[in-house]
Structure formats: structure tokens, C-alpha cells
Design a protein around this ligand. Structure first.
Ligand code: TRP
Length: 459
């Protein structure tokens, strides 16, 4: 089978069957992309970095760096048809370079583990906020009371640990059983529902928030307010929100049928993901300004701003419950994508059963998660390098590992793979193809390197 494959690499068949349709693929990738990154992370780091200029750089990175890297990842995945580590190793050799490209896959597996260790803690917060919503704890509360509710909750490491444990267990159970059609159904329902709810909240923000102030904060670029570290954060956020640079999308691409358009699928995912992030900002910032809150408040921003609004609106308990349930779902479909690469790798490489592998990796991530749990309570004052343990894990993954993975993937698709391989996968060799190739060969690597060195002070 292998020799037959080697003689005709373009027609390699997936070892695990294919997605049933193009829509399924787009849904799965959208499910992994749309998550806490859009609704929790984007508003708070945009707020911390002064708004407008950050958003502009973020959009630039999403479309001119993120999207071509996403296309590269999908095409690499489809050509290799294996787990990301094995795919990079195989294609590295096949394209006449080196098997050592597998280390890009390994970097991705490690990034997934580290990201999930804090992602699960924040997802635990959203899970706990479902309970706070149902029991009407936001009703009529003042900004101060909502703020105290948040800091009392996150400061209580026992409750946060329970929530983190519950969320991790939920994720491990699904991964252990194998990601099935249920996921497709969940995403098919969740993303549109989230969109509708966000639009309803937008209506509320327009009527009751300081909408023009929020819009101008988000879209009036003040480059004086943006540092190079902020530019790096915008770039890291572009990678994070699209779930790229760590092999996860490569793994999804491995099941993509030959005839599906990679460009079309990427455009759909990028637009859905970016749309939801911008919508989240348009809901949150008007409410921030109307309530005299601070946009640079940090990780608690969504957990304070929205409950405050829910507490004041008619039917707030109902909307709050739906919102946090949907956010938990969105986080959960992303968490599956973060855990899967490590589990798949362990299963294929070390001959563990899926159940064993899921419990081992899940257990490790659960333990690592306590670093982030305690960053908001007992160890809040234990600071080094970038701040708390949570701050450091976040910085290391989003601002260092993802850009590094992004460069490697761009260079691999642009320089290591030959023209024929990539144009065959992208199904074109015209202007669009040339533009993509320019982006991955020159713009992406140069821009990532430049921002990276600026931020760490080497330029
Ligand atoms: N994109 C996800 C979000 O915005 C987080 C994420 C980053 C992710 N890398 C991933 C999800 C890889 C799945 C796979 O919340």
C-alpha cells in the first residue's frame, strides 16, 4: 500500500474515511475556530491594547496571514492524509526535504496541550456562569456587585476546580468515544444560534449602550496606543482564533475529499469566525462605556459586562442562560479540536487504546490546568516574566508557539513543497494561486519574523 501511495501521492486515500460532505468539513473547522477566542479573548485583548489600531492589525493578520496559512494547513493535511506529525514527516521526505519537519507537528501537539490547560479553566467559568444565570444572580445587580461576584468566584479555587474538572471530563469522554456525527449536529445548531443571540444582544447594545463610543473605540485606529507587543498579540490572536499553526486544521484536512475547494472552505470559516469576534466586540464595548467600566479590565471583561446587561434587561435570566450555555458549547467544540491531536498521536505512535490515551492526556492537561486555576486565587501574586502562570502559558502559546508554527507551515507550503503539489491541491495555477503563493513565501514569514523580533526587542 505504501509503495503504491508513493508512486501516486496526489491520490492518497485517507486511512480513516472522509467527511461526508463539504458542509461537514466546514462545520467541523468552524466549530473548532468559534470559541472562547472570539467572545472572551478577542474583546479583552483588544481592550487591553487600545482598540482600533489593534483591531486593524488583527484583521490584516487574519486575512493576509491567517487565511493563507489555513489554506496551507488544509492542503498539507489532505496530501498527507495522516496525523499532523506523520503527515509532516511523510511530506518532508516526499518533497525532497527532511523527515525532521515532523517536529512542527510535535510543536503543535504540545501547543494544544498547553492551550487546553487554561482554555478548560475559562470554559469552567462559563459553565459555572450557567448556574449563576439560572439562579438569577445578575438580576438588578450593580456594576460593583457583578464585579465582586466575578472576583469572589474566580478567587475561590475550589469552585473553579470543580468547574474545570467537569469541563475536562466532558471533553475527555467525547474524545475517548471518538468524535462522531453528534459533533456535526452540535455545531450545525450552535453556530447559527450563537449568531442569532449575538445579533439580539447587538440590538440591546445599540438601544441601551454607548454604541457610537464603542464603535469608535473599535474602529478608530490610534497607533500611538499600540506597542509592538500589542501587534504580536494581534497576530497571535489571529492564529488562535482560526485554530491554525498547530496542526489541528491539518488533522481535519486529512479527511477532506479531493474535489472540495480548499479556498472556498477557508473563506467560509474565516468569515464566520471573524464575524462573530467583531460582533462580540460591538456588543461588549458599548456596554463597557455605558456602565463606566474599563475596556482594559482583562480576562474578566465578558464575565462582568454581559451579566451586568443581562441583569438589567427584560427576560435577562433567560437570555443569560442561553448565552452561557451556547458559549460553553462553543468552548467545548473547540476543546475537542485541542485535545484530539495529542490523543491521535499517542494512539498511533504508542499503541495505546483511545480510552487510555484520552485519560492520560486529559489527566495531564487537567493537572496543568491548576496553574491557571490558582492564577486567579492563591497564586495571583506569584508573578514572573509575563505575569501569573495563566499569563505565561497564554503568552508562550499564542505569542510564541503559534507564530513559530505559522512560519514553519508557510515556509513548508511555499518553499519546501513544489509548485505542482500545491497547485494540484488548490486546483488552480492562476492569479489567485500566485497571490496565495506570494503570501506564504514572502509576506507571512517576513511579517511574522519582523513582528516577533520587534516585540522581543531584537530589532
Ligand atoms: N480557535 C479556538 C477559539 O477561538 C481556540 C483554538 C486554538 C483551537 N487552537 C485550536 C481550537 C485548535 C481547536 C483546535 O476559541
Amino acid at each position: 500500500m505504501l509503495s503504491q501511495e508513493a508512486s501516486n501521492p496526489g491520490r492518497r486515500i485517507s486511512l480513516h474515511g472522509n467527511w461526508s460532505s463539504r458542509t461537514t468539513f466546514i462545520l467541523a473547522v468552524t466549530g473548532s475556530a468559534v470559541g472562547l477566542g472570539n467572545i472572551w479573548k478577542f474583546p479583552y485583548i483588544a481592550g487591553q491594547n487600545g482598540g482600533g489600531a489593534f483591531v486593524l492589525v488583527y484583521l490584516f493578520c487574519v486575512f493576509l496571514i491567517g487565511m493563507p496559512v489555513m489554506m496551507s494547513e488544509i492542503l498539507i493535511g489532505r496530501r498527507g492524509r495522516r496525523n499532523p506529525v506523520a503527515t509532516m514527516e511523510l511530506l518532508g521526505e516526499e518533497e525532497g526535504s527532511s523527515r525532521r519537519w515532523k517536529w512542527v507537528g510535535v510543536l503543535g501537539v504540545i501547543a494544544g496541550i498547553l492551550i487546553l490547560s487554561y482554555y478548560s479553566v475559562i470554559a469552567g467559568w462559563t459553565l459555572a456562569y450557567v448556574e449563576k444565570s439560572v439562579t438569577g444572580q445578575f438580576v438588578g445587580a450593580s456594576a460593583e456587585e457583578i464585579g465582586r461576584l466575578f472576583s469572589d468566584f474566580t478567587g475561590n479555587w475550589v469552585s473553579v476546580s470543580i468547574a474545570h474538572t467537569l469541563f475536562m471530563a466532558l471533553t475527555v469522554v467525547v474524545i475517548a468515544r471518538g468524535v462522531e456525527r453528534g459533533l456535526e449536529q452540535a455545531v450545525r445548531f450552535m453556530v447559527p444560534a450563537l449568531l442569532v443571540l449575538m445579533l439580539a444582544l447587538l440590538g440591546y447594545a445599540i438601544s441601551f449602550g454607548s454604541f457610537s463610543e464603542g464603535v469608535s473605540f473599535m474602529f478608530t485606529p490610534d497607533f500611538g496606543a499600540l506597542t509592538w507587543d500589542g501587534v504580536l498579540a494581534a497576530m497571535g490572536q489571529a492564529f488562535f482564533t482560526l485554530s491554525i499553526s498547530m496542526g489541528a486544521i491539518m488533522a481535519y484536512g486529512a479527511y477532506l475529499p479531493e474535489e472540495t475547494s480548499i479556498t472556498g472552505a477557508s473563506i467560509a470559516v474565516v468569515i464566520a469566525d471573524t464575524g462573530i469576534a467583531i460582533l462580540a466586540g460591538l456588543v461588549i464595548f458599548p456596554l463597557v462605556f455605558a456602565n463606566g467600566l474599563d475596556p482594559a479590565d482583562g480576562p474578566g471583561l465578558v464575565f462582568v459586562t454581559l451579566p451586568l446587561a443581562f441583569g438589567q434587561m427584560a427576560g435577562g435570566t433567560f437570555f443569560a442562560t442561553i448565552f452561557f450555555v451556547l458559549l460553553t458549547f462553543a468552548a467545548w467544540t473547540s476543546a475537542l479540536g485541542l485535545l484530539e491531536p495529542a490523543v491521535a498521536w499517542l494512539v498511533e505512535r504508542h499503541y495505546r487504546s483511545r480510552l487510555q490515551a484520552s485519560i492520560m492526556v486529559g489527566g495531564l492537561i487537567w493537572l496543568l490546568g491548576f496553574g491557571s486555576v490558582l492564577s486567579f486565587s492563591t497564586l495571583a501574586d506569584f508573578r514572573f516574566w509575563r505575569g501569573t502562570i495563566f499569563d505565561n502559558v497564554d503568552y508562550l502559546t499564542s505569542n510564541i508557539m503559534l507564530p513559530l508554527g505559522g512560519i514553519c507551515i508557510a515556509v513548508f507550503a511555499g518553499w519546501v513543497m513544489c509548485r505542482n503539489s500545491t497547485s494540484e491541491e488548490l486546483g488552480s495555477s492562476g492569479t489567485g494561486y500566485k497571490f496565495w503563493r506570494f503570501l506564504v513565501r514572502y509576506l507571512a514569514p517576513v511579517a511574522i519574523m519582523f513582528v516577533f523580533f520587534q516585540a522581543i526587542g531584537l530589532l
